[in-house]
Every structure is written in C-alpha cells, then in structure tokens.
Design a protein around this ligand. Structure first.
Ligand code: AP5
Ligand code: ZN
Length: 216
C-alpha cells in the first residue's frame, strides 16, 4: 500500500502505523522520528531541528521534502509500499510528494485522516512515553508498558519527548490547524481521502482504518 496518515499531535499516527506495517509489509516513514534520530546523533540538522521542534514549529519544506525523497529512492523497504506519518504537513509538501511519486510511477492510493478534537489530545500527549530507537509509544494510563518506564520488546528505557508539554503542544496544534489541515481538502479533491474517528480506543480505530481502506 502507498498511503499517508494525517492527524494532529496525539491522534495516533505512530500508534496505528505498526499495525499497517504488519498488515501490508510496507515501510513506516515517520519524519518526526527521522528528525529525532538526527537530534540524538547531534548532527547539524538535528541541532537546528531541535530548536524548532521544542517550540512546536515546523521544519522547512525544503529539508523535509529532501528527507522523504531520499527515503523513497534509497530505502529498499519502500519497494513494497509505504506509510507516511507526519509528512506531508503543508500544501507545498503535498504538491512535491505528488510530483515525486508521479515521476516514479507509483502515486498515493489513500490519505487517511485520524480525526480527534483538540480537548482529548492534551491527556494523550502529556502521558506519552516513547522508546526512541524504535519510535514505539506508550501511555502512562491508556497504554502502559508491562514494566514501568521500560520498552516491552527490548527492555530499554522509555522517555518523554521534549516537545510533549502543554506549551509546545499548543503551538503544535496551531501549526496543525493553520498549515496541515489544508492538505485534507487537497486529498479530498484528488479523491483519495478517508476520515476515521480516532477518539475511540486504539483497537476500534484500527478496525475503522481497515474499513476506510476497504480491507476489513
Ligand atoms: P511528529 O513526531 O510527527 O509529531 P506530531 O505530528 O506532533 O505527532 P505525534 O507524534 O505527537 O502524534 P501521533 O499521532 O504519532 O500520536 P501517538 O500515536 O504517539 O513531529 C514532531 C515535530 O517534528 C513537529 O512538531 C515538527 O517540528 C517536526 N516535523 C516532523 N515532520 C515534519 C514535516 N513534514 N514538516 C515540518 N516539520 C516536521 O499517540 C500519542 C499518545 O496517545 C501515546 O501515548 C499513545 O499511547 C496514546 N494513544 C494513541 N492512540 C490512542 C487512542 N486511540 N486512545 C487513547 N490513547 C491513545
Ligand atoms: Zn508520532
């Protein structure tokens, strides 16, 4: 499958992506995870990106488009399809992506929007714990790890993301409504959009995604 997951911070993009990877054997391309790995390595891009991410802003379209282009061209795992998580996030990114995929003769098949009201997102974001190497996320209340602060699979430590605080979240939500939500209309026009109620529990959301993809 070749698809995009759209949704505000905390909508469940990173939570649902592994289900899609398992079902379709496709690659999970999460631009936020890619940026955080640059931050962890301390690269020049990581240093610059961290300043923007911690304030809840968006990294430039040029940097993000090149990052995804590189993955789509060079990541073998994408041959069998891909799930884009966190990209595109602006109209210019969406246009560039369409252009890129048209050149490669493999257009997007679906854009799934995970819809949740802002009020629900604060609790999801402030309770989130992540395993940085894999991008797996947990929640202190809604999806606790088997052992406190420990990844279920590797046994490694879980951490809180530096942008998961009420202040940065406010800015991330604003960036979502102002700059990312317009891509919903973009995909409605091209006819590949499907909306899902993502305020339900994770297993219910997963069933709705399968239904939206016509695969249930
Ligand atoms: P990114 O990492 O993409 O962050 P985000 O979009 O803010 O999304 P989140 O990762 O916060 O939410 P999610 O939907 O993945 O939620 P999750 O499944 O973890 O980007 C970070 C930053 O990088 C951006 O702010 C920007 O600066 C930069 N960036 C990235 N891409 C960019 C781009 N293309 N252009 C420019 N800048 C870019 O779930 C959240 C929590 O809720 C978890 O604890 C989970 O366990 C829980 N949960 C999930 N589903 C449910 C449910 N159904 N019920 C109850 N709890 C649930
Ligand atoms: Zn995420």
């Amino acid at each position: 499958i070749r698809m995009v997951l759209i949704g505000p911070p905390g909508a469940g993009k990173g939570t649902q992506a592994p289900n899609l990877v398992e079902k379709f054997k496709a690659a999970h391309l999460a631009t936020g995870d890619m940026l955080r790995s640059q931050v962890a390595k301390g690269t020049p891009l990581g240093v610059e990106a961290k300043k923007i991410m911690d304030k809840g802003g968006l990294v430039s379209d040029e940097i993000m488009v090149n990052m995804i282009k590189d993955e789509l061209l060079n990541n073998e795992a994408c041959k069998n399809g891909f799930i884009l998580d966190g990209f595109p996030r602006t109209i210019p990114q969406a246009e560039k992506l369409d252009q890129m995929l048209a050149e490669q003769g493999r257009p997007l098949e679906k854009a799934v929007e995970l819809k949740v009201d802002d009020e629900l997102l604060v609790a999801r974001i402030t309770g989130r714990l992540v395993h940085p190497p894999s991008g797996r996320s947990y929640h202190t209340l809604f999806n606790p790890p088997k052992k406190e602060m420990t990844d279920d699979i590797t046994g490694e430590a879980l951490v809180q993301r530096s942008d998961d605080n009420a202040d940065a979240l406010k800015k991330r939500l604003q960036a979502y409504h102002d700059q990312t939500e317009p891509i919903v209309d973009f995909y409605k026009k091209t006819g590949i959009w499907a909306g899902v109620d993502a305020s339900q529990p994770p297993t219910t959301v997963w069933q709705s995604i399968l239904k939206a993809l016509g695969k249930n």
